[in-house]
Design a protein around this ligand. Structure first.
Ligand code: ADP
Length: 271
């Protein structure tokens, strides 16, 4: 169907998809699951110290795009990713790129908290140990404490570091997973609907935390909650059927969306 292909090629994202001094730069990113073209020609930058929210109807490719950024799609047999993705100018698909290292630099927090079946301490110490980030126990203790502090969990767990991480409440487990991600000093944190399994109070704590973490990290968050996108993000990327339709400042997207599809979605007419 050449006519359709031409129409697809002619498509362009509305708004400025670039960021000054991008941490991650993606250009022409396509993802296929076998024949399903799940992400189509996405150009987008992730900027320093920003929270960018990926929003859009279920199945529009948000999680798939997110997983491109630390090559998590490599773990899915049917997935094929093409296009250019760089982290501080380095091609993340380059032969010399160490994927384990990449996933430390671009950490990920999942929908359901997934602490290891280990103690609170060992959950956080795991990454620094395998990456050799501490020379001795004192240094490791310091990294564990600092990571738990940054994740807003230290005061709640300092007396139970040797107890299983899985024994914490859901919200605490998610903050433990954030501490585990932070412990290896990432440059970017990817969050895939990190509050969807949490109650409103635990959600509010994670949202406050996201705002604080922005001082040190670039954050990309997939969320189905427009209220959450409005509360935590500075920029919004709206996806529809695999395409990045519109990018803009959060306030501008909510008050003055430029694309009809974006407007329909944020006003609740679609999705
Ligand atoms: P969203 O995060 O916006 O809900 P997804 O990225 O999960 O969207 O899905 C985009 C498309 O890719 C959908 O058609 C979905 O069925 C498909 N998809 C997602 N994950 C997989 C997978 N692991 N294997 C095959 N197809 C998938």
């Amino acid at each position: 169907m050449p006519a359709l292909a031409e129409a697809e090629d002619a498509y362009e994202t509305v708004g400025d998809y670039t960021a000054p001094n991008p941490v991650i730069r993606t250009r022409g990113v396509d993802v296929f699951y076998d024949d399903n073209h799940a992400v189509q020609k996405v150009d987008l930058d992730i900027g320093q110290n920003e929270v960018i929210a990926l929003i859009g109807p279920s199945g529009c490719g948000k999680s798939t795009y997110l997983r491109c950024l630390n090559r998590m799609n490599d773990t899915i047999d049917s997935a094929r990713v093409t296009g250019e993705i760089t982290l501080y100018g380095e091609d993340i698909h380059a032969r010399q790129m160490d994927v384990v290292m990449l996933r430390a630099r671009v950490g990920m927090v999942f929908q359901k908290p997934n602490p290891f079946p280990k103690s609170v301490y060992d959950n956080v110490a795991y990454g620094p140990r395998i990456h050799g980030l501490a020379r001795n126990r004192t240094e490791l203790n310091r990294i564990v404490q600092r990571s738990l502090e940054r994740a807003g969990l230290w005061l709640e767990v300092r007396d139970r570091l040797d107890q299983p991480g899985t024994g914490l409440s859901g919200g605490q487990q998610q903050r433990l997973c954030i501490a585990r991600t932070i412990a290896v000093s990432p440059e970017v944190i990817l969050m895939d609907e990190p509050c969807s399994a949490l109650d409103p109070i635990a959600t509010a704590r994670i949202e406050d935390l996201i705002d604080e973490l922005r001082r040190n990290y670039a954050i990309v968050i997939v969320t189905h909650s427009m209220q959450q996108a409005a509360r935590v993000s500075q920029r919004i990327a709206y996806f529809h059927l695999g395409k990045l339709i519109e990018v803009g400042g959060t306030d501008a997207i909510f008050t003055n969306p430029r694309h009809k599809l974006t407007e329909d979605y944020i006003t609740g007419r679609f999705g």
